[in-house]
Design a protein around this ligand. Structure first.
Ligand SMILES: O=C(O)c1[nH]c(=O)[nH]c(=O)c1I
Length: 308
């Protein structure tokens, strides 16, 4: 079965991507993603104007059913990633950017607009771990104003990375804003912000930054991720594609994201845990499920989850 898909001007040989932040910090990691079997391409670590060390360690911790992180946007800096994505690669790239303030985002997108890069860009509106900075995408007015400013000059393919929402009215309000703009895609969900975990032997939190508060990923956020994929698929213009992210560890999880309407699926926590071999496993497991059900194409079931 062929899992290739197209978003904007990019043909992805597979529906699978890394979740930004995992396996995408350096050229070595990004090349590994591109060269791995069954990947569609690579999403870069969210880039800030300058290189950043990020938060003090430990800043990532693997839990029994997922992960918690407060990385603090460590990255090699925008020029590093723009240079990488502007080069020729065997598969498409998505350049993720995350300003620390509105003017950063505008500045970064002006630079991409002026650059030779013609691929997809993803504006991360949902980093939960920059100390003192609220997530832009939880401020509807700011998000609307930012997108209005960006699309007054930006003409290249652009998507946004969204945090999870937990209120149906918020889905309505955010979708109404997003539908105003010629976005290529949304990527939903980012980590579930500001969870907390404790080691009861030491009675200490498990990560150092932010008194142990960090974004949650992995299996435990799959129901939240599925709800966000379905809610936005129901509300967004069909022209806006969806990368489903959150909680994927098996072919069955991929199948559920696709039933909710995802066009592509990205993997974070499980990729960090298993390595890039996971994409062959997810492909094999999804293929088995489809064969058992008599599906020959993803389009036979994508977005067709049934109400009870
Ligand atoms: O702490 C991070 O670097 C981070 N961590 C996340 O879980 N999501 C994000 O978008 C980011 I930029």
């Amino acid at each position: 079965i062929d899992f290739k898909t197209t978003m904007a001007n990019a043909e992805f040989p597979s529906i699978f991507l890394n979740a930004s932040g995992v396996n995408c910090m350096t050229v070595t990691e990004m090349d590994e993603m591109i060269n791995a079997a069954c990947t569609g391409g690579v999403v870069t670590k969210s880039a800030t104007p300058q290189q950043r060390e990020g938060n003090p360690q430990p800043r990532y911790y693997q839990l029994e059913h997922g992960s918690i992180n407060s990385m603090g946007l460590p990255n090699e800096g925008f020029p590093y990633y723009l240079d990488y994505v502007t080069k020729e690669h065997a598969k498409p790239t998505i350049l993720s950017v995350a300003g620390l303030k509105m003017s950063d985002n505008i500045e970064l997108l002006h630079k991409i607009q002026a650059s030779d890069y013609t691929g997809l860009t993803e504006l991360n509106l949902s980093c939960p771990n920059v100390i003192g900075k609220p997530q832009v995408a939880y401020d509807f007015e700011e998000t609307d104003a930012l997108l209005a400013e960006i699309f007054s000059f930006y003409t290249k393919p652009l998507g946004v990375k969204l945090p999870p929402y937990f209120d149906l009215v918020h889905f309505d309000q955010m979708a109404t804003i997003l539908n105003k703009y010629p976005l290529t895609h949304i990527n939903t969900v980012n980590s579930v912000g500001n969870g907390l975990w404790i080691d009861i032997d030491t009675e200490k939190v498990v990560i150092k930054p932010k008194q142990g508060f960090g974004g949650l990923g992995g299996t435990m956020i799959l129901p939240t991720a599925l709800a966000n994929v379905r809610a936005f698929r129901q509300r967004l213009n069909p022209s806006i594609k969806i990368i489903g992210t959150g909680g994927v560890t098996s072919g069955a999880d991929v199948f559920m994201h696709l039933l909710c309407g995802a066009d592509m699926v990205s993997v974070g926590t499980a990729l960090l845990h298993e390595g890039v071999g996971i994409f062959q496993r997810l492909t094999d497991e999804l293929t088995t499920i489809m064969a058992e059900k008599g599906y020959t194409s993803i389009e036979d079931f994508r977005g067709k989850v049934q109400d009870f």
